[in-house]
Design a protein around this ligand. Structure first.
Ligand code: TYR
Length: 846
């Protein structure tokens, strides 16, 4: 257990570590109950650091011995680490500690998963392995010897030698401890090879448990595509002789970019057509790219301290997004990203957990691996690129690599390369990193004597600890469309830098229709009273064309919920025209057909001063979908025909787009045929995408029980497919049934609650099922809380992260607020509550 009273750490208190490390040598004697770790570290005083006592982090370690320059020492130990008197010059520190990987359920440090040893050190896990300055600005060259009774023994860097029961690895690139990794187990490899742009051969491997070899080919292809892309687009070459990926079943996050030895949640790397959906494939490709791209943005250039987390994560998400846009469809990727941003980042930025892209304080850094750091961090980079232009962006990034290779850098360093290479002053732009909260932008139009004027206003509401916000510089991409539907002004970037600014467009023959915030050029909430039906019909910007339909859908649902209106027939007419246009990408049409999420509608209601009633949102969405199905009864079979794939399964954008649209059509069709088409699809499906969509629709039609048990019989031995089986029963049920299902599922023998994927399968699905989670009985709140309290002792990180399900609680009515508050208080009252969960719940309650 950590210290009971959590400490707050501030960016402003940063001070360099008092010593540099010349090299690190680690020896691991592996044993499940008592692993010995021997470290030899050469320290030398750091002349740039302030005077300080010698302190090494260390948690849950049993110190066996320690020495300095060969003489035994007795350091002073605390729960956080040790202090010791040290010589004034360079010295050799040696220690031996004992740790117990087999009782490590937090999945941080060295732990066991399915019989194999593995590590997770980001952010502060290395201190659970040995005594060390566990901070990212201390970079060192590591040599690691692993000894253990396991056929495969891996660590970072290049393999220096191995034999029976041992292996020695050397990583020539200085790195912070959070990038350390060790894996040992009975593993098999799926091999590959890559020749770099300067002609160096790199051996590639994906290491998996025996039996999973057949699920590696796609990951390997994605890795090779990523390596090539980073050379072609960013000029970045790989820098070791070997690149290893390992799949582990027990992992708190998606994956981890340890130098030369990426560790992946098996759900984020293993794939086969029979067991993975098209979205799984797309996500796996993106995560492999993300972790690989970290080799330069994160590893070669790392972060000075954890406040700079967005320096590596925002940039790397931005880069993996560019990669996906290049290998798939750019407009589809942009729309998917914005849907995610609104679903995950906006609620965070507008609620009690709001924090700047670069926070100024934290208690537990693990709580800051958030949508704001990652996704808004990437949006900020996208805006910077839009403002300076593509060529200037490329130049600045080159300068970043030249200037900071080998550094532990800051956001100031990042912005400075843009200032130096473009001459632009980024002082105001930097507010995107410092201020929290989603900006609200309103647009007002005027038309006089051939001049069209757009007046833009921005406002950002207060967020915790920040009452007053200064204006941002916001790139607003605008195009103008003439009355006949032709574009009269191609996309231009307006720079909104003041609270209010007007922009004139003169010499126009007729009043145009403005298409504002094209491509979602900034992460803001836009209010613009515009003819959306016209934009849906004519906008040349694919994002804004989709956005027009989305806006109409939101308005339609709002009117249904608030005023009891009927579904908007004019919008459905416009939408039908788009759906009938078979020159449009099926994936794009599927996105058009997809309704806003219930949580998005709750947000819209809240913005319009209406307290969201989750059941009313559910009912309105149900009515709307039924109206679509009835209206298009004749058209749906025609559309379904267009989505048939006859070629062998491929997870590429083309086939996946067809199946995506097919799924959307099936969801309407089952409202007309009681699930007959879904049943036929379920019985003939030869891939998981078609099978799972069919099963979901059978469940939604209330006729899915037989298919559900058939599915169980077919897949009960596949952990990743079983996660889908657990999750889908909750997400595809009506509100009250979803809670009943979740209650039954946690009693199921296959509910392994200590496995984060399985825990999230049930409780992630429950908390994302808006009407179920907020069911008036409060049963879902209580059920989730019971299990969060149970998990907290075992795995604080995953527990804390899942508490964010409650972050929007103050949006709801007084009764629900009372119910939720009682559950949050129940968590706070738990004895020995982890600092992680304590910080999250305290912030949510504040
Ligand atoms: N750095 C990882 C990434 O690529 C995420 C991560 C963070 C993984 C913390 C694990 C962890 O404990 O985004």
């Amino acid at each position: 257990m950590k210290d009971a009273s959590p400490q707050t750490i501030f960016l402003k208190d940063y001070a360099a570590f008092g010593w540099r490390i010349e090299d690190v040598h680690l020896t691991f004697h592996l044993s499940g109950g008592a692993t010995r770790v021997v470290s030899r570290i050469h320290f030398a005083p750091n002349p740039d650091a302030p005077e300080q006592a010698f302190f090494l982090h260390g948690e849950q370690l049993k110190l066996i011995r320690a020495s300095i320059d060969g003489n035994a020492v007795s350091p002073e130990l605390s729960e956080q680490g040790l202090t010791c008197d040290v010589p004034s010059g360079p010295f050799l520190w040696e220690s031996e500690v004992e740790i117990a990987p087999d009782s490590n359920t937090a999945l941080e440090g060295l732990y066991m998963s399915g019989g194999m040893y593995c590590t997770q050190c980001e952010a502060e896990g290395f201190r659970k392995i040995t005594y060390y300055p566990d901070r990212p600005d201390v970079m060192a060259v590591f040599t690691v010897r692993v000894e253990g009774d396991m056929p495969v023994l891996l660590s970072n860097g290049n393999l220096k030698g191995n034999g029976d029961g041992w292996a020695e690895w050397h990583d020539p690139w200085p790195k912070p401890a959070y990038l350390f990794a060790l894996v040992a187990g009975d593993l098999v490899n799926f091999p590959g090879a890559f020749k770099t742009m300067s002609g160096k051969d790199v051996a590639l491997n994906i290491w998996v448990r025996p039996g999973d070899e057949g699920k590696c080919a796609f990951g390997m292809e994605a890795l090779i595509a990523s390596m090539k892309w980073d050379e072609e687009v960013y000029g970045r070459e790989y820098d070791l002789e070997i690149f290893n990926i390992v799949a582990v079943d027990d992992f708190n996050m998606g994956a981890m970019e340890n130098k030369g030895l990426n560790v992946f949640n098996s759900s984020c790397v293993l794939a086969s057509p029979e067991t993975s959906t098209d979205s799984n494939f797309e996500r796996i490709e993106a995560i492999i790219a993300h972790e690989y791209f970290h080799n330069w943005t994160g590893n070669r250039i790392t972060c000075r301290d954890w406040f700079q987390l967005c320096l590596k994560e925002g940039l790397t998400v931005f880069r993996d997004g560019q990669f996906t846009s290049d290998v798939r469809s750019a407009p589809v990727k942009r729309i998917e990203d914005v849907i995610q941003l609104r679903a995950r980042q906006f609620p965070e930025d507008q609620g009690p957990l709001a924090h700047p892209v670069r926070p100024e304080s934290f208690q537990e850094i693990n709580n800051f691996y958030t949508a704001t750091i990652y996704e808004k961090g990437a949006e900020v980079i996208g805006m910077l690129k839009t403002l300076v232009g593509d060529d200037a962006y490329a130049k600045a990034v080159d300068l970043y690599f030249d200037r900071h290779d080998g550094d532990a850098a800051t956001i100031e360093d990042w912005l400075k390369v843009f200032e130096d290479s473009t001459g632009r002053d980024l002082t105001q732009f930097k507010r995107w990193y410092a201020q929290a909260g989603t900006p609200f932008v309103t647009v007002e139009e005027a038309w006089e004597d051939g001049t069209f004027t757009l007046t833009l206003r921005q406002h950002t509401p207060p967020s915790p600890g920040q009452d007053v916000k200064k204006p941002y510089v916001i790139p607003v991409a605008v195009g103008l469309i003439g009355p006949n539907g032709n574009e009269v002004l191609e996309t231009q970037i307006l720079e909104l830098a003041d609270a209010e600014q007007s922009f004139d467009f003169s010499g126009l023959a007729a009043r145009p229709v403005a298409s504002v915030l094209r491509g979602f050029s900034a992460p803001v909430v836009l209010t613009h009273d515009v003819d959306r039906a016209f934009l849906l019909a004519h906008d040349s910007d694919p994002f804004n064309r989709w956005e027009a339909s989305r806006g109409l859908a939101r308005d339609c649902l709002l009117a249904m919920i608030r005023d009891g209106a009927a579904p908007d027939a004019a919008w459905l007419d416009g939408l039908e025209k788009v759906l009938r246009d078979d020159t449009l990408d099926p994936a794009y049409r599927a996105l058009m057909l997809e309704a806003p999420s219930a949580a998005e509608m709750a947000q819209v209601l809240h913005e319009n001063g209406v307290i969201p009633d989750p059941q009313a949102i559910w009912d309105a969405m149900d009515t709307l979908a039924q109206a679509m199905a009835d209206r298009w009864a004749g058209f749906l079979p025609e559309l379904a025909e267009q989505t048939k794939v006859t070629a062998a399964y491929k997870p590429d954008a083309e086939q996946a787009g067809k199946r995506f649209l097919g799924g959307a059509v099936l969801a309407l069709t089952r409202r007309l045929d009681g699930g007959a088409a879904a049943l036929a699809q379920f019985e003939t499906a030869d891939n998981m995408t078609l099978q799972l969509v069919a099963l979901g629709n059978l469940l939604r039609a209330g006729v899915g029980d037989a298919a559900l048990s058939a599915f169980y019989g077919q897949w009960k031995d596949d952990r990743l497919v079983m996660d889908k089986w657990f999750g889908l029963q909750v997400s595809a049920s009506a509100p009250k049934d979803a809670i009943d299902r979740a209650e039954a599922l946690v009693q199921h023998e296959a509910f392994d609650w200590q496995n984060p994927n399985r825990f999230r399968a049930v409780f992630g699905a429950l908390s994302m099922h808006h009407a179920a989670f907020h069911h008036v009985s409060g049963r879902a709140y209580a059920l989730l809380t019971d299990w969060l309290i149970k998990l907290d002792d075992k795995n604080p990180q995953t527990t804390a992260r899942m508490c964010s399900a409650f972050q929007t609680w103050r949006r709801y009515d007084a009764d629900r607020q009372t119910l939720i508050e009682a559950q949050l208080q129940r968590i706070m009252a738990k004895p020995n509550l982890s600092p992680d969960t304590n910080e999250m719940v305290s912030r949510i309650l504040a």
